[in-house]
Design a protein around this ligand. Structure first.
Ligand SMILES: CC(=O)N[C@H]1[C@@H](OP(=O)(O)OP(=O)(O)OC[C@H]2O[C@@H](n3ccc(=O)[nH]c3=O)[C@H](O)[C@@H]2O)O[C@H](CO)[C@@H](O)[C@@H]1O
Length: 362
């Protein structure tokens, strides 16, 4: 009988794609039966529907001192206990988001070994509590080591596991909707889209027209968030493709001359691995400002600039974006230099293989 492994994470792409990367690497190693616990958000099932793994959505909700969090947590705990008891996995792999916690607790109660993939530079407080119940934790950044009590959990800096598609040349084709002879600026608000980036892109639409000869733009606006952008860019001279969500991120990044967008833990790993210079616009509402720290990692290497998101002041965000972006779009030599420096920060398939090797040992 094949060994069973459960991954637990969800709510955003950044909490599922690293698990998928590890799952792809695991599949090559052994005859395994891999399943996922995810959240009930549409993004999770959209991603997992296209994968060969079974998955179980849980009603867990974002942490909060309220009834709906408590009810969601208890229901998720009971459901995961039931499923884990029946399936008898050899290991449970947490990957962040509010779904991990109840599953890791269930694993603990059933004495099933657990490990955790933590790609964030500062792990969330709730995550830290549960990660310390795990046997091992796999980290993207060395700076994260200090958050774990190595007496309780064995931390290992592996880098960020990236999906196979990022390293397979045949998956890095030029998407057919792109013009063959123009450079690509890829603007992304990550898996949920970002209102302030969309607004800033609307405010800059007229100014982008002066790049119409040599540049095209792809904007990933987020589900249900594309209408205004489509309206503003319709009939403009600059070629702009407005998408809500795409499963072609690896080929888009491989063909991009410049990226602009959020600096979630996975996005920065993907910019670096794909060798794309970036203008990072960190999400400004996290208390710990971890997206700003992620962006600084790239900035320190000379492969990214940072444009501050000024929250509801969309005009200031647009000004910041313009001031970082336009000089780069005008300066091919500088972009080339940044691209050359854009080294893989230790992420990619190697990280996925390392993690798979560890998981297989359980
Ligand atoms: C607002 C927020 O709380 N964001 C957090 C969330 O990021 P979130 O999941 O939004 O963003 P990440 O940058 O970590 O990952 C986004 C992932 O979605 C993929 N993608 C995106 C758009 C698209 O159309 N298609 C597609 O495939 C990207 O290629 C990437 O793989 O989790 C990360 C990992 O814990 C954190 O670092 C972020 O701070």
């Amino acid at each position: 009988m094949s060994k069973r492994i459960f991954f637990a994470g969800g709510g955003t792409g950044g909490h599922i794609y690293p698990s998928l990367a590890a799952a792809e690497a695991l599949e090559k190693r052994a005859d395994l039966d891999i399943s996922f616990f995810c959240s009930e958000r549409a993004v999770d099932s959209e991603i997992l529907d296209n994968q060969p793994y079974s998955f179980f959505p849980l009603p867990a909700e974002k942490f909060g001192l309220n009834f709906s969090f408590a009810a969601g947590f208890i229901k998720s705990l009971l459901k995961s206990i039931r499923i884990l008891k029946r399936s008898k996995p050899c290991v449970v792999v947490g990957c962040g988001g509010f779904v991990s916690a109840p599953v890791l607790l269930a694993a603990r109660l059933l004495a099933v070994p657990s490990v955790f993939i933590n790609i964030d530079i500062i792990p969330g407080r709730a995550n830290r509590l549960f990660i310390n119940m795990c046997r091992e934790v796999y980290l993207q950044f060395e700076d994260t080591l200090k958050y774990f009590d190595s007496g309780k959990v064995a931390p290992l800096v592996t880098g960020c596991p990236l999906r196979n598609a990022f390293s397979q040349p045949e998956k890095l084709y030029k998407p057919s909707f792109l013009s063959p002879d123009k450079k690509l600026l890829l603007v992304s608000g990550a898996s949920s889209g970002a209102l302030s980036i969309n607004k800033a892109m609307c405010l800059l639409a007229v100014e982008f027209e002066r790049f119409a000869q040599s540049w095209q733009i792809v904007v990933i606006a987020g589900r249900g968030k594309s209408d205004e952008l489509r309206e503003v860019y319709a009939g403009r001279e600059i070629e702009a493709h407005i998408l809500e969500y795409t499963d072609q991120m690896p080929p888009l990044l491989a063909n991009a001359s410049l990226a602009a967008g959020r600096s979630g833990a996975l996005s920065v790993a993907e910019y670096a691995f794909s060798g794309v210079p970036a203008v990072c616009i960190p999400y400004p509402y996290h208390k710990d400002q971890h997206q700003l720290l992620n962006a600084r990692k790239l900035e320190e290497k000379g492969v990214a600039l940072i444009a501050e998101d000024c929250r509801d002041d969309y005009q200031s965000t647009a000004d910041n974006l313009r001031n970082s972006l336009f000089p780069l779009m005008e300066d091919e030599k500088r972009l080339e230099e940044m691209k050359k420096k854009s080294l893989n920060l230790g992420s990619g398939r190697n990280a996925a293989e390392l993690i798979a090797e560890r998981i297989c040992s359980f």
